[in-house]
Every structure is written in C-alpha cells, then in structure tokens.
Design a protein around this ligand. Structure first.
Ligand SMILES: [Zn+2]
Ligand SMILES: [Zn+2]
Length: 258
C-alpha cells in the first residue's frame, strides 16, 4: 500500500499526507491541527501511523502548525537547518523533536524513502520531494518559480505527481496584486503558472503516470476550472489516461493509490 491525499493546498495553507501500510508522513502543516485531525478521520487514517512531519520551506502556509503537530504526536519534525532558522519563531518549543535533513540527501521514514531536492523559491532552503515505497514513487513539486534540469530528473518516472499550478498569467497581471508582488509571483523564485505546469508535465510525461494532482492554486489569480482545463487540454492532446485531480484549499482530495 502506498497512498496520498492533499489535505489542503493554496496560499492559505498546505498539507499533504503520504502513507504506506504502517508509516504515514505529513508533508507541510500550514493548516490547523483541528483540520488535519478531521481530514485524517475522514480518510480513516489512524494518527498512530504518522511517523514524521516533513517541511519543504519556512513560509507560514507550510509551517503554521508544524510545531504543534510534532509535539502533539511526539514525532520528529524533519527540516533543514536553514529553514529551521527562518521559522523557529513560528514552531514553538520543538527542540525535542527536531531532526535535520539536508537537501539532496535521501533518508528513510519507516519504510518510505524520502528524496529531497532543491526548488527555486524565495525561501532559505526550499525543497521539493520524491518519495518511494515498494517500487512506486510520488513527486511533490510546489512553490517553485521555474523548473530546473534537476526538477525534471527527480520527477521523471514518478507514478503520481502533486504539482503546482498557481496562477493564470493574465489573471495575475490584470489582478489586484501590487506590481512588486506580481513580479515576485512570476519570477524564478515565485510560483508556477498553469502554462508552466503543462510545460513541466510535457517533459516528465510517461504512460505510468497514474495520478496528477494540481495544487497551490491562487484564489486571487487562478480558477480551478481554468487550471483544470489547461492541463486537461494537454492530457487529451496526447491521449493520456492520467487521472487529473484538483487539490482544494478547504477540502481534502480522495486518498489515491500512488
Ligand atoms: Zn512559499
Ligand atoms: Zn506555499
């Protein structure tokens, strides 16, 4: 068994569950504990299998309740040293639970192999992840301004992929954000647009890609139907039967087999 659900995703908070039979990992905890517990209960995933909370970068939409989660379940809070420096104030007392990892160096949580790799984002040490179990693999690529050769290399041959589809460029440029925030979002250290998400998929597409979850959609500069249609048009054009799933800010996705 190797499954995932995006418990929540968007600029107001991100949280992903990945589980094997006996090991669960929460990747980022940018929503309240109450919402995490409710989602786990809804998905019938016992809290007791959660063995670690893993942090991608320090922004509050990824770390808001990470400290509370580690303390509550008495599980390791896995984070890079630079990321910890920049969000220690938000995590509270976590000295007993901190486990440092280094970007680029793989490690095991229970029977799940975690391979963190560098992303391009305006944070201290931002990571994307590839997770592997029982010859299946999941890619998680959120909060990246552009995709590098390394991104493509790490996401190649994954069986499921959770991918950022943050904004529609036209909606961003004509929308209410201040000019410098618009620049930040579309910069190499910002977020992937719907079209960039298609560009990335076109480079990692293979017949074994079973699930594609579009995530981290902007509520201001995107619309789920728009992001869905842009990607769906591409998938149809290559006659792909990949399952396209939209992550949501307020509701978890189904628990899918990776
Ligand atoms: Zn971020
Ligand atoms: Zn984010």
């Amino acid at each position: 068994m190797f499954q995932t659900s995006v418990l929540a995703s968007g600029s107001k908070g991100n949280c992903i569950l990945v589980r094997s039979k006996n090991t669960g990992i929460i990747i980022d905890a940018g929503i309240s504990l109450k919402r995490i517990w409710a989602a786990l209960e809804d998905l019938k995933v016992p809290r007791s299998i959660i063995k670690a909370v893993l942090i991608s970068h320090e922004h509050s939409d990824h770390t808001r309740s990470a400290g509370a989660l580690a303390r509550s379940l008495k599980i390791p809070l896995m984070i890079t040293a630079d990321t910890y420096t920049y969000c220690a104030h938000r995590l509270g007392k976590v000295q007993d639970w901190i486990h440092y990892f280094e970007t680029g160096i793989e490690f095991l949580v229970g029977d799940i192999l975690v391979r963190p790799f560098r992303s391009s984002h305006d944070a201290a040490d931002p990571c994307n992840f590839r997770l592997e179990h029982d010859e299946r693999s999941l890619g998680i690529a959120l909060d990246l301004g552009y995709f590098s050769k390394l991104t493509i290399l790490r996401l190649q041959s994954v069986h499921s992929l959770i991918l950022e589809s943050n904004h529609d460029l036209k909606m961003l440029m004509e929308g209410p954000y201040e000019p410098n925030l618009k620049l930040r979002v579309r910069s190499e250290h910002g977020h992937l647009s719907n079209e960039q998400a298609v560009g990335l998929i076109s480079q990692v597409m293979h017949p074994g890609l079973k699930n594609l979850v579009l995530a981290h959609l902007s509520e201001t500069n995107n619309h789920p139907d728009l992001a869905h249609n842009v990607m769906n048009d591409y998938l149809q054009s290559i006659r792909s039967d990949t399952n396209l799933i939209m992550a949501d800010q307020y509701c978890h996705t189904p628990l899918v087999d990776i």
